[in-house]
Design a protein around this ligand. Structure first.
Ligand code: FAD
Length: 793
């Protein structure tokens, strides 16, 4: 190009640029002007309103989509099937976790079932390469097919104690994102029909029965929860559940849903996985916001500090006690939980193994109660360390007794006394609470690896014992006197046990256990049974046929159910109990025969379920918060006294003095104010090696437990105390908590120790001394023999 022409072109460009800039400036000025006009403001407001409306009211969104008929999505949904590209795009939009994805979630939740089916067919056809769990989902959806939670493969899980059912979040271990997991749960919820009569929540009436069949014992508003999830409101769904159940992460895992909410679901083929969803929500929140609870309650003023409501004592820290304490503390009542064991949680901790229910979840609940101001006193046996009356005198206005049913049943057949025959409670407590499987703990346990183990029974306890023995290397058979159909176990647990390689011998019941030498069981004679007409349990009764079978066996675990703990009953003369020994409560109430004392859970029902226990704890909390008959000054006084008592119970039990009396006999002086108040001279108390229990690792303190009868051991060579008698450490007590009475042989010996109690002296003294003598059976060990009082320094 010649130079002149090139210069002309540059000038033109420059002129066009100037013009464009001028018009841009004019336009910008105009925009700015218009942005401040009233019309624009109205438009902005309308836009905001529309956005809000679309998010909050998906129905209106649906109208927009459907009425206009202009949107691509609606057009696609009106076709015979959704195309591959559209489905993938739609899924990717759903994955974005933004306003648009929420709008789409709500749109799909609200479309008629036939369109939902189309969507499921599309993800089955186009996304199952990426999501194998979608394969075949559309055949029989929504009634027959669902997306199951992630369960670890049997061959892998049967060797360890890690969680078996990993729930929906378990899919993250396969590489799926948290949002993808949200969508899997949402797809499960999409099957919901929002039934008007809400059977999952309130159950279905049964003629002649006061209680409905099924439903939720803690009355979670299940249809609303599902609606919130269907419309993408995960956090609100959790808040809704937690409003009535502070333990969803626990109950969702162990509740027998097939008998409760899911058992009456109108999707009879595959009920909605309500239990899995129930525990998915708190677990999701924990992952997303580990400090959520602390933040939520950071400005909560402790009811002990406010002191405007009278204090409540809760006895027992199982699900009944925990939910009761949580709800009362949240209502502003100062609450103290008194627990016999050194750890909290009741059966949830000492019975149900970690592969089913991680202990961290119980700690989580305890943490929440603590954030609400709730206090805990462990190693405190109400009825021994102090009575219900003592608690009232200490300032507690009302008392909830949730002491469970910890006394295992036996069969009373020949050979039950042999070595190698034990209750499931004892077996499980040794493994779960006392960590017998870990080398650093000295808890003794019969050898299980490579041994023939039989578990007698067909309930959850039998399954837990069998699966635990399997994990310890045993060759395990469950022996049950009826058939599989009559087993009271949760269906899921039986299924998992069989998958893990546990044998099941039905229509068999032990008639005798036999030992050839050494007092250890070596085989059992089993009665062969058949089914007769139904019995009181409405299940067909097992009838002896007269035929027998012999089976070799090294370890027998009896899981025949539990009865009530008699300690409370024995210490409260006015407390009415039933013929089964359970605490009697008034019809339709949790109130016992003793004024101001309430009860619930296994203590009133006998062996029942965690969710029923939680339901009772909840019902009792509602009754407890009645009219308060005190003025402000009286309340303050009660709170101050109960706080003082609680502090004494929580006092760290330190060794103040240690005196070598003579060879093998050592005397300790231990600070333990409440035990000192209760203990009788010459009486036995439990000695724990360290505050948490049986770990023989170091000796920061000698923890004198509150059980007023029992034995303890001390290893003078290592200068470390041990617990129990080598056969039954820490269980060597005359009390009837689950573990305590699980070894009947030992209960008998501790009963005689209890009889050696001497006189009591002044109750103002706050120290006890313990004299230790050499154990005649193991030369390296010494036994705590006497308890003598000394005056406070
Ligand atoms: P518990 O959980 O028994 O708690 C009572 C607490 O009170 C204990 O901590 C005990 O130490 C304490 N205590 C007792 N006496 C005193 C006292 N005098 N002073 C102070 N504290 C005291 N249910 C299900 O729903 N699903 C399951 O899968 C399931 N599996 C089970 C597995 C096993 C091995 C067992 C044994 C039970 C199982 N159950 C199951 C039953 C369920 O755990 C119980 O129904 C439930 O725990 C009862 O709760 P609770 O609060 O009434 O009593």
């Amino acid at each position: 190009m010649p130079n002149d022409a090139a210069a002309g072109a540059k000038r033109d460009d420059l002129e066009r640029y100037r013009q464009a800039s001028r018009s841009l400036e004019v336009t910008q000025n105009e925009i700015e002007e218009l942005e401040h006009s009233a019309a624009f403001e109205v438009f902005q407001k309308q836009l905001g309103l529309l956005r809000k409306r679309l998010l909050n009211s998906p129905q209106s969104l649906r109208q927009v989509f459907i009425d206009d008929g202009t949107q691509a999505i609606v057009w696609e949904f009106k076709q015979n099937e959704l195309g591959g590209n559209f489905t993938k795009t739609l899924w990717n939009l759903l994955l974005r976790d933004d306003d648009m994805s929420t709008i789409l979630l709500r749109f799909i939740w609200n479309i008629p079932l036939k369109f939902k089916r189309k969507f499921i067919a599309a993800i089955d056809a186009h996304l199952s390469d990426r999501y194998p769990m979608f394969k075949g989902l559309s055949l029989g959806w929504p009634a027959q097919k669902s997306i199951p939670p992630y369960i670890r493969p049997p061959e892998e899980r049967a060797k360890d104690f890690a969680l078996v059912n990993q729930g929906y979040l378990g899919y993250m271990s396969l590489g799926y994102s948290a949002r993808e997991v949200d969508l899997l749960v949402w797809l499960e919820v999409l099957r919901d029909k929002q039934c008007e009569d809400r059977p999952c929540e309130i159950g279905v009436p049964v003629e002649g029965n006061a209680e409905n069949k099924g439903g939720c014992p803690v009355k979670i508003h299940i249809p609303e929860m599902l609606e919130l999830l269907g419309t993408g409101r995960f956090k609100q769904a959790l808040e809704l559940i937690e409003g009535c159940n502070p333990l969803p992460n626990v109950t969702g895992r162990v509740c027998p849903q097939e008998m409760q909410c899911q058992g009456v679901c109108t999707l009879t083929g595959k009920p909605i996985e309500i239990g899995q969803i129930e525990w998915f929500l708190p677990e999701r929140e924990r992952l997303a916001n580990p400090n959520g609870s602390a933040e939520r309650w950071k400005s909560y003023v402790s009811p002990w500090a406010k002191a405007d409501k009278p204090p409540i004592a809760v006895v027992g820290s199982g699900p009944a006690g925990l939910i009761n304490a949580y709800l009362l503390a949240a209502e502003g009542y100062p609450v103290t939980i008194f627990e016999a064991f050194h750890e909290l949680g009741g059966v949830l901790r000492y019975g149900i193994p970690e592969f089913r229910l991680p202990n961290s979840l119980i700690d989580d609940v305890v943490g929440k109660i603590t954030l609400l101001g709730g206090k805990f006193v462990t190693n405190f046996v109400v009825g021994k360390t102090a009575t219900i009356e003592n608690l009232k005198k200490a300032g507690f206005w009302k008392i909830f007794v949730g002491t469970g049913a910890g006394l295992p049943r036996f069969m009373n057949i020949p050979g039950e006394h042999l070595l190698g025959v034990m209750s499931a409670n004892e077996f499980l407590t040794r493994v779960n609470l006392m960590q017998a499987r870990l080398d650093e703990f000295e808890t003794p346990l019969p050898e299980v690896a490579g041994k023939q183990v039989i578990v007698i029974g067909g309930g959850n306890t039998a399954m837990d014992a069998a699966r635990t023995a399997k994990r310890l290397g045993g060759i395990v058979t469950i022996v049950y006197r009826r058939t599989k159909a009559e087993m009271p176990v949760r269906v899921e647990e039986l299924h998992h046990a069989l998958e893990e390689g546990i044998e099941l011998k039905v229509l068999r019941g032990p008639r005798e256990f036999v030992s050839e030498k050494s007092h250890a069981v070596c085989h059992t004679i089993l009665d062969v049974m058949e089914l007769g007409p139904p019995d009181a349990s409405r299940r067909r009764a097992p009838v002896v046929t007269g035929k027998t079978e012999t089976m070799p066996v090294d370890l027998v675990i009896m899981a025949l159910g539990n009865t009530s703990n008699p300690i409370i009953k024995d210490s409260v003369p006015d407390l009415r109990t039933t013929k089964w020994g359970t605490i009697d409560v008034k019809a339709g109430s949790q109130q016992t025969s003793v004024d101001g004392v309430y009860s619930g859970g296994d203590a009133t029902r006998g062996g029942s379920t965690a969710i029923r226990a939680a339901g009772d704890g909840q019902a009792a909390a509602r009754e407890i918060v009645g009219d308060i008959p005190f003025n402000a000054a009286e309340i303050k006084d009660l709170v101050a006294r109960a706080a003082r008592y609680t502090d004494q119970g929580q006092a760290r039990q330190t060794i103040l003095k240690k005196t070598d009396l003579t060879t093998g006999i050592v005397e300790f002086t231990v600070n333990s104010p409440l035990v000192a108040k209760a203990a009788q001279a010459g009486q036995f108390v439990r000695v724990l090696a360290e505050p948490k229990g049986e770990a023989i690792l170091h000796l920061p303190t000698l923890n004198i437990g509150a059980r007023a009868v029992g034995g303890g051991y001390f290893d003078p060579e290592q200068n470390l105390p041990n617990c129990g008698d080598g056969r039954s450490p820490h269980l060597s007590l005359g009390v009837s908590t689950a573990a305590a009475c699980s070894s009947r042989r030992f209960s008998r010996s501790s009963a005689s120790l209890a009889a050696s109690s001497g006189n009591t002296s002044a109750s103002t003294r706050t120290q006890i001394s313990a004299a230790i003598v050499r154990n005649p059976r193991a030369s390296s060990r010494v036994r705590l023999l006497t308890v003598r009082r000394t005056r406070s320094p």
